[in-house]
Design a protein around this ligand. Sequence first.
Ligand code: F6P
Length: 321
Amino acid sequence: MKKIALITSGGDAPGMNAAIRAIVKTCLHYNIVPYGIYDGYQGMMEGRGKQLNYSDVDNIIQYGGTILGSARAKEFLQVEGRQKAIHFLKENNIDGLIVIGGDGTFAGAHLLGQEMKIPIIGIPGTIDNDIYGTDYTIGFDTAINTVIGAVDKIRDTASSHHRVFFVEVMGRDAGFIALSSAVASGAESVLVPEETTDILELVNNIKNQGKHSSIVLVAEGDDAGHAIDIMNKVKPYLKEYELRISVLGHIQRGGSPSAKDRIVATRMGNFAVELLIENKTNLTVGINGDILKTCSISEAIKQHTMPDMAFLKLIEVLRTK
Ligand code: F6P
């Protein structure tokens, strides 16, 4: 293993820079050349990258985003796109590849691994936390801390004005952010894609709380729609309440990574390089409890991961007066 390429791909996540730093420094420690490719698979197809050194990764651990840039590259799903990427990797004598991203990134890595015999390791980096084979993905902890900071502020104005707020958080396919943030912020209700939303039950929950102010956390992928749709659906039944929505959006993807994200990212980055040195391939890294572990890329993209649905019961118990 003489030269390892790395990309960040898909939605960026706080802590990606910490992972890049750990990969680069671990490579240099073992006299391996780290090669950064810009903008994920897009840059790989377009042949954009450069050899990285200590100076490229000094003082980046505290920054959100990714110094390598990221993209959602549709062309990589086509064999022609991947051929361009393979040409670039061969031309640059790349012996191993580390991809940091979510399930789309891993799906791309899986296809690439079938067409090019190059050792590949995936690192889960997405605020959504919806990757099989790991308890935590890089960025999730920072994102939920951002959400609870925002909900705390919304709570101040919600209680002053006796209003019900529908706060929409990210999570196109999964309710991890909504469920964890709901528990951590004391939200009275939470709606997630994993559970069918019953509008009348939500109405009753709001009415039975015995107060006119409350927070309903809505995952953007909920089956009943976005926060605005849900507010409009409950409105006819809650005429005596003042309702508002707040969509948190991309602030959840930015900001300085939390201690937990920095530590998880640093450990995963270091582990990924060590796996390549041991000639391991087609694996994703993960963390289970506090232990680093691996899972095959094919398994990681095939299996669906679920948040802890017991959180729903917990929220219900804590809401009841
Ligand atoms: O990174 C994952 C995610 O944050 C999803 O929760 C969200 O739906 C999506 O990215 C939005 O991504 P983009 O703004 O890149 O389209």
